[in-house]
Write a protein that binds this ligand. Structure first.
Ligand code: AMP
Length: 198
């Protein structure tokens, strides 16, 4: 999510984060929000059909006409195949991090309850503890960043999302970089892989 935001900022295009769209829908109490709450709180994937409709609708909006960075989508092979039917993808970026490190990162993650910018208590702390640098909103721990739910999400990742990498490798679109300890070091590798200057 953090790297997606940096790429999008550099290219002047929006980030479409499905997790953020779903959390906003839950917060607003929409029909979609009510449907997805149980899945999200348990760290399970929301059904493909709902996700595909949501993304297709979002990509049709005006701000996506010059491009976008997708964050958190596609997460299954049916989602990847559906995306290919209504969008042209230039690259799929995989940031490779071990499961142990993912657990550490999720447990230290904080998210702004207003604008959803993410921080990490050690690696990417806000200037003032508990307060968003961008909008002054209160930071919170995501409900699905608890130890048990993260384990579940990792399991689902290996089962359902990892095959998506192979799909993009076969399409010749996969770019993989190793996630670094320092955020800025990962950003350098990501920008280099995408062929954009910092
Ligand atoms: P994220 O913020 O990307 O970690 O997403 C948080 C949660 O939203 C996931 O654990 C899923 O429950 C749901 N979600 C987000 N994106 C998708 C997707 N592409 N397919 C299915 N569920 C999703």
């Amino acid at each position: 999510g953090t790297q997606a935001g940096l790429i999008a900022g550099r290219l002047g295009i929006p980030t479409i984060s499905t997790g953020n769209l779903l959390r906003a829908a839950m917060r607003d109490g929409t029909e979609v929000g009510q449907k997805v709450k149980g899945y999200m709180d348990a760290g399970k994937l929301v059904p493909d059909e709902l996700m595909i409709d949501l993304v297709q609708e979002r990509l049709g909006q005006g701000d996506c006409q010059n491009g976008y960075v997708l964050d958190g989508f596609p997460r299954t092979l049916p989602q990847a195949k559906a995306l290919s039917s209504f969008a042209t993808i230039d690259a799929a970026l995989s940031i490779e991090v071990s499961d142990e490190e993912i657990e550490q990162r999720m447990e230290g993650r904080r998210i702004c309850t207003v604008c959803q910018t993410t921080y990490h208590v050690d690696d990417n702390p806000p200037k003032v503890e508990g307060v968003c640098d961008k909008c002054g909103g209160k930071l919170a721990i995501r409900k699905d960043d608890t130890h048990e739910v993260v384990e579940n999400r990792l399991h689902i990742y290996h089962e359902e999302t990892e095959p998506v990498k192979e799909y993009y490798r076969q399409e010749g679109l996969l770019l993989a970089v190793r996630g670094q300890k320092k955020l800025a070091d990962t950003t350098s590798l990501v920008f280099e892989a995408l062929g954009i200057s910092l």
